[in-house]
Design a protein around this ligand. Structure first.
Ligand code: SAM
Length: 459
């Protein structure tokens, strides 16, 4: 591991004391622990060692070669370090009714996909990322996870401050100095400096201030960082209580999880994951409630309904559950969204760039209706609508590389290809050959295939 900056080591000694600094530094120099979260809508899999604070999450005894695991590309699991998954416990403990949720700093989407599994049924998530170059990975991960109750947006937190009192639940997983990632990410060590810590703390307050305006009275904001210092953590929570009137909310935990409380001498309920005490990377989390009060209502626009009849060839692709509505936002595509959230999506689109909302069902090219990759990845796809082709491992990797599929017995027209019965995407059968319709942007880029491939499930 890269040499840690002396100033960081000194700050750690002051934070946890001489006795603990040694074991903590030794843990930081150790190998990170691998863990995954399984998408139970796509795959039934359980490992021997559960992450105790998260449903469907497991420690692994080594890294998977996930770039070469078709189930990873299918969105059947997400590789996420275990401490971050504490959000699952927070959400399942504190929320019991559908919410409009915002993940303000969302790329690459680890916590967004977690929220899509953990939020109460009937909720809707807005996953936002301000940095343009990071939005594609967020959209891809959310698409692969397959839950239709989501919009991906790209805007500055100030766009959300304009939507006063609109959200019931906001996650601010803030950009931070990344001390908790030192053993996973050499770049975080190289970038660290005391002035960087100050800058991060100031930026976090500005983000929190804007997020707070978008939170409805009585709503919950979860603040998290992956850093250890007090400035970016307890001091910011105290700033929120002092300046914004935020009320810290305790969350029940178990002693054996090894979670550490506040390190500033205060008794505010905060949740710290320290690598010498908890199995995971460094993480800080706190939950803050906005006091009850009058809601300043945001105007919800009346949905402009385009009276378009949805063709049978489109409608039959979608499982109908009564909540999902298919519509044609323009003449080139059909999109499915939970009907009750449509006015909210329009309100959001009036304030911030919406990259995608709901699930694209199909696109239209001339007279051809082309089923969309997004649909096949989602839980909305009606499995009986198109012919299916189950691929073996080598064919699945060829498909994910967007190579020319070698298999020949594909029906004419659009077919869904799957691996271990989990859909990977679409092909178009042309009789004696077929076209690979896997999205160009998602394909496996490397032409090198490692010798020792470790898959989650050996099919
Ligand atoms: N929540 C993500 C996950 O679990 O995969 C990780 C989020 S990362 C800790 C913080 C994110 O905040 C980054 O994607 C970064 O691009 C974004 N960010 C950077 N500056 C920001 C700002 N001024 N306002 C909001 N977000 C910002």
């Amino acid at each position: 591991m890269q040499q840690l900056p002396e100033e960081f080591i000194d700050s750690l000694r002051r934070l946890v004391g001489e006795d603990e600094a040694g074991p903590m530094l030794a843990a930081i120099a150790d190998e990170p622990q691998s863990s995954i979260r399984v998408n139970s809508h796509k795959l039934q899999w359980s490992g021997p060692e559960r992450v105790p604070w998260c449903d469907d999450a497991y420690y692994l005894d080594g890294r998977l070669t996930y770039t070469f695991d078709p189930l990873f590309h299918a969105g059947a699991y997400y590789v996420q370090e275990a401490s971050s998954m504490f959000l699952d416990h927070v959400v399942r403990t504190l929320l019991d009714a559908p919410v409009l949720a915002l993940d303000l700093c969302a790329a690459p989407g680890g916590k967004s996909t977690l929220l899509l599994s953990a939020l109460p049924e009937g909720s809707f998530l807005v996953a936002n990322e301000v940095v343009r170059s990071r939005v594609a990975s967020l959209a891809a991960n959310v698409t692969k996870w397959g839950n239709p109750s989501v919009a991906v947006t790209s805007g500055d937190p100030s766009c959300f401050a304009r939507m006063t009192d609109a959200f019931d639940f906001i996650l601010v997983d803030a950009p931070c100095s990344g001390e908790g990632m030192f053993r996973k990410d050499a770049g975080a060590v190289a970038e660290w400096s005391p002035s960087g810590v100050e800058l991060c703390a100031r930026r976090q307050r500005s983000i929190l201030d804007e997020a707070w305006q978008a939170l409805r009275p009585g709503g919950l904001l979860v603040y998290s960082t992956c850093t250890y210092n007090i400035k970016e953590n307890e001091e910011n929570v105290r700033w929120m209580t002092g300046h914004l009137g935020a009320e810290p909310v305790p969350v029940g935990t178990r002693a054996e999880w090894g979670i550490t409380g506040a390190l500033d001498g205060s008794s505010i309920p905060v949740y710290r994951f320290m690598p010498h005490k908890t199995r995971g990377e460094g993480l800080f989390m706190a939950v803050l409630r906005k006091p009850d009060g009058d809601v300043r209502p945001v105007a919800l626009p009346k949905c402009k309904r385009r009276s378009v009849t949805i063709p049978h060839d489109v409608a039959r692709l979608v499982k109908s559950d009564g909540r999902i509505e298919v519509e044609a936002p323009d003449s080139n595509r059909f999109v499915a969204l939970p009907g009750e959230w449509k006015p909210v999506v329009e309100m959001i689109a009036g304030n911030v760039r919406v990259v995608k909302a709901g699930v694209q069902v199909a696109s239209v090219k001339g007279r051809d209706i082309i089923p969309s990759h997004e649909l096949v990845m989602s839980g909305l796809y009606d499995n009986d609508a198109l012919p299916a082709v189950e691929l073996g491992y080598d064919d699945a990797i060829t498909y994910l590389r967007r190579g020319q599929p070698a298999w020949s017995d594909v029906a004419r027209g659009y077919c869904v290809v799957s691996y271990s019965s989990v859909p990977l995407g679409l092909v178009k059968g042309l009789g004696n050959r077929c076209n690979n319709l896997y999205p160009q942007d998602y394909r496996i880029l490397t032409t090198h295939t490692p010798e020792d491939i470790r898959l989650l499930v050996n099919a």
